[in-house]
Write a protein that binds this ligand. Sequence first.
Ligand SMILES: C[S@@+](CC[C@H](N)C(=O)[O-])C[C@H]1O[C@@H](n2cnc3c(N)ncnc32)[C@H](O)[C@@H]1O
Length: 327
Amino acid sequence: MSSRDLKAPFPWFGGKSRVADVVWRAFGASVPNYVEPFCGSAAVLLRRPGGPGKIETINDLDCDVANFWRATSRDPEAVARACDWPVNEADLHAMGNKMLAGLEEHRARMHGDPEYFDSERAGWWCWGQCTAIGGNWMTASGSKALPRLCGWVTGNGVHASLPALGHSGRGIHSPERSELVEWFDALRSRLRRVRVACGDWSRVLSGAVTGSSNSLKNMGMSPCAVFLDPEYGSDHKASYAEGSQTVHAEARDWAAEHGNDPHFRIALCGYEGEHELPDGWTCHAWKATGGHGNRNASNKNPHRERIWFSPHCLPIHEQRSLFEVQP
Ligand SMILES: C[S@@+](CC[C@H](N)C(=O)[O-])C[C@H]1O[C@@H](n2cnc3c(N)ncnc32)[C@H](O)[C@@H]1O
């Protein structure tokens, strides 16, 4: 599997694979330090042209997302084995209940021990993500979600744990077992040196990680590219197990504050009109596809996707080599 084909084995609401090439034009594929504080399916990292950079850090507050990436980078075979399971609604509910019961302990261990991961849980989580309708199936496993079966039709922000029968070939349900193992092994190779953090986004934007305040800068680890893809203001609680209504505004404030520093190349995602950024930033319009909500003709959100690029990003429309030499 070539690095250009590599993708997460589960669908993720708000995934950015369609626009990843544009982001890498703005960052430059050889940028030495890359930080993705809201990684979800890590679509941008996985589509980096030319393979890994020198330092790469991904993070997500959702302890099942972070566990998936940690476990896949350490024990891909066990994760592949655990998620190779037929579509079955009873299993979906039973696994969801079992995982919810263990969630607090799992979260505490994920936050408390950088070496901790649970491969079986990672595989089950991935299986559920590919089997249930909607965004994050773990938010669906609570009883409150069950009445929301209207999502079977529109799927917009749905959390009902109903197997997505229209998508029986989705994610891990499409390949044969051997292909599945190969897929997870390719992910392990790609993730070998990627640092996976689990916590609030701001923790991976400290000077120690970005290199803005330590010797990394003098060791040639500048510039640092930061891909900020917080849940959008209007998507709050639509599809993620973790998050808050203010995170998009906090991320924007961080971006605006650091945009003029030549050490940073920053990309910030949001809907049209969601962010106002200082002079020197540019805005790129793109169209999302996929997702149950996007199949609803009255849903205009796919057309409202924007990415704001900071002043020290590279021009995205100029023809240049993706492997340009750093100045
Ligand atoms: C729009 S999604 C990111 C999608 C990702 N770029 C992709 O391509 O799959 C936003 C992510 O932010 C995570 N998140 C929400 N609040 C967070 C926080 N305070 N810190 C870190 N991650 C957070 C969610 O779990 C979710 O995975």
